[in-house]
Ligand binder design. Structure first.
Ligand SMILES: Nc1ncnc2c1ncn2[C@@H]1O[C@H](COP(=O)(O)OP(=O)(O)OP(=O)(O)O)[C@@H](O)[C@H]1O
Ligand SMILES: [Mg+2]
Length: 328
């Protein structure tokens, strides 16, 4: 079986020199694509690089693979992560990971929160704003955190994204709107521990493991797993699998993660970020239906490794899930 990898590389976008320094943070490195290529081959598949954007469309038309392994983040809009799955559906090429609707809804963090909340799953109270002046009279309690409405990989999220008063919130909102050209999600800040949960499957998804992200430098109640921290993770955080927390709390974290994954219709693989509020309740922050798969630095790879699932097995299981779902 030939498995074609759909991906976007940071280096593909050098023709877009303007914007904030993290504007290509979502895109992959050749190292990640190479690691997936070798993992696919070690699982007995013939691997092929398809690339992203126009090149992906041309390759898919020229010689459709038996299955597309999709990690393409797409470019430019809140539907960018739905581009490759939409083309695959149109050309009737089977593909891994979630479908276009799920990829679009999950990238738009407020829409994802509305869906999840409608299923009775706790998520921090929030507002969507487009102008700094709106920071003055939001029906939210401080501290809050603000983030671009439809980005990932901590784009736009810094230590300073946590605001304790309307003036500093207005400053962050102004920066985000200016830098990313999109609305801003403002959310009540959860000061408790942070977890991320790796999940495999659909219908009846299962958690690979719950991993706690423990700050080594920042005060835990003010910690933001920001761009600065992710780029310097070896110094700034410790990853704990299993976390040394009460069993009931970990079960609640896993329930929120699996509930959100199901509510949003995720398939094959995903990673759900969760934070405990001041009330002690775990709350849904976001789900990543295309979680980073760098063999060394990506959270789902780290948590799988700590849970005894090597990289090649993780990639193999994503493909197996897709094949089972598609009966191919
Ligand atoms: N409501 C909140 N309360 C406390 N911390 C939060 C909240 N929202 C976000 N954070 C912090 O900011 C980090 C990044 O937020 P989020 O996961 O929404 O962004 P992202 O850029 O999509 O992340 P990823 O790198 O996982 O794609 C979280 O991991 C968490 O540390
Ligand atoms: Mg996240």
């Amino acid at each position: 079986m030939e498995v074609g990898i759909a991906f976007d590389l940071k280096s593909d976008f050098s023709a877009h020199p303007d914007g904030p320094e993290d504007r290509f943070e979502e895109y992959d490195s050749e190292g990640t694509v190479g690691a997936i290529f070798h993992a696919l081959e070690s699982n007995g598949y013939r691997a092929r690089r398809l690339g992203g954007g126009r090149r992906f469309v041309e390759e898919a038309l020229r010689k459709p693979p038996d299955l597309v392994f999709n990690i393409a983040e797409g470019f430019g809009t809140r539907s960018r992560e739905a581009h490759v799955p939409s083309v695959c559906e149109m050309l009737r090429i089977p593909y891994t990971h979630s479908d276009p609707l799920t990829c679009a809804v999950t990238l738009e963090k407020a829409e994802a929160k509305r869906v999840v909340a409608s299923h009775g799953i706790p998520t921090p109270r929030f507002a969507v704003v487009e102008r700094p002046e709106q920071a003055e009279d939001l029906p939210l309690s401080f501290p809050v955190i603000s983030k671009p409405l439809w980005e990932g990989s901590s784009m736009g999220i810094r230590r300073t994204s946590r605001a304790t008063d309307p003036a500093s919130l207005a400053e962050t909102v102004g920066r985000l709107v200016g830098d990313y050209g999109q609305p801003v999600l403002v959310e009540e800040f959860c000061s408790g521990p942070e977890f991320t949960v790796g999940i495999l499957g659909d219908g009846r998804p299962e958690a690979i493991a719950v991993m706690e992200i423990v700050p080594r430098v920042d005060r835990p109640e003010e910690f933001v797993y920001s761009l600065e921290v992710k780029r310097n993770y070896k110094v700034e955080v410790e990853y704990r699998v299993p976390p040394g927390r009460p069993r009931e709390l970990l079960r609640a974290v896993e329930d929120v993660a699996l509930g959100a994954y199901r509510a949003l219709g995720c398939r094959d693989v995903g990673r759900v970020d969760i934070r405990v509020g001041a009330d002690g309740e775990p709350k849904f922050l976001e789900v990543n239906p295309l979680p980073g798969l760098n063999p060394v630095t990506s959270d789902i790879v780290i948590l799988a490794g700590k849970a005894g699932m090597p990289y090649n097995d993780l990639i193999g299981k994503i493909v197996e899930n897709a094949r089972r779902r598609l009966s191919i």
